[in-house]
Design a protein around this ligand. Structure first.
Ligand code: BTN
Length: 274
């Protein structure tokens, strides 16, 4: 088994690992990558931690990050308007899902940012962006538009661990080890993840094609779901994604378009958390 070190990761030659930091233990790779993004580090700055002591998921939830997982955050600098930032999550989900299929895992995307294997969460994605106001002037974006300055893409993948190591008894989680019945080489996994992420991010302008793959890989469309957003709850059937990647929910009040929210799949009257 290869060891994840700065040198071994840099030797992958990935455009998404131009600058690499590997920490034995860190509060959160997400916070460190954000610091690096704010200090002008380039696209492809990658922070990896073997253990996170303050890993966090969406909505500030704690993210258990013991040794054996792949806990990483990437600084991306896509050259587009801030309004397109939500594309990153779906695009990353497609790349990460395809990478896991490469390892023989049938990873399905659960809207908006989870990857499941056999219905259990194996990976969470956290994309957080920073924008700047476009300067006015000829050849520049119109005043008032906001360019994306950076996106920090956090990936938490349960790899060479047992589900019990994650200490989240209330949640349905799985790990690569428990699905494959063996450990995988983290460097090889990282190489395949970065390569698939890079391919998908390069075609983000052609978002329709990314969404076609998203549709083929997801496990949310067609399901009856409950989505909570800003304290409001919507029950309905997930029918499709909009051209910009919002979930289209068919509810008794009509179609609702949602870019974010907490989702529960409803089965036989029972709700299933992610
Ligand atoms: C979620 O499903 O809520 C998203 C989880 C994202 C966890 C990753 S682990 C690496 C990076 N650092 C963090 O503190 N969080 C993200």
């Amino acid at each position: 088994m290869n060891v994840l070190t700065r040198g071994s990761i840099e030797s992958l030659g990935s455009p998404l690992a131009r600058v690499v930091e590997v920490h034995e233990a860190l509060g959160s790779t997400q916070e460190r990558a954000r610091e690096l993004a704010r200090s002008e580090m380039p696209h492809g700055t990658l922070v990896v931690a073997k253990v996170q002591t303050g890993g966090r998921g969406r909505r500030g939830r704690r993210w258990g990050s013991p040794v054996g997982g792949l806990w990483m955050s990437l600084v991306l600098r896509p050259d587009f308007d801030a309004s397109l930032a939500p594309r990153i999550t779906q695009t990353a989900a497609v790349g990460l899902s395809k990478a896991l299929w490469n390892f023989g895992l049938e990873a399905r995307i659960k809207w908006p940012n989870d990857l499941l294997v056999a219905g259990r969460k194996v990976c969470g994605i956290l994309a957080e962006s920073g924008a700047k106001h476009g300067p006015a002037g000829p050849g520049r974006p119109p005043a008032g538009t906001r360019r994306l300055d950076y996106v920090v893409l956090g990936v938490g993948m349960n790899v060479n661990l047992d589900p019990a190591d994650l200490a989240v008894p209330d949640r349905e989680v799985t790990t690569v080890r428990s699905e494959l019945g063996r450990d995988v080489d983290l460097l090889r996994l990282l190489r395949v993840l970065l390569s698939n992420l890079d391919v998908e991010l390069r075609r983000i302008e052609n978002f329709g094609a990314v969404l076609e793959d998203w549709r083929a890989l997801n496990c949310t469309l067609g399901e009856c779901v409950r989505v909570t957003r800003f304290g409001e709850t919507f029950d309905g059937r997930a029918v499709d994604l909009s051209p910009e990647g919002a979930l289209l929910l068919e509810t008794p009040r009509g179609i609702v378009e949602l870019f974010e929210g907490e989702i529960k799949h409803l089965r036989h009257g029972v709700t299933e958390d992610s």
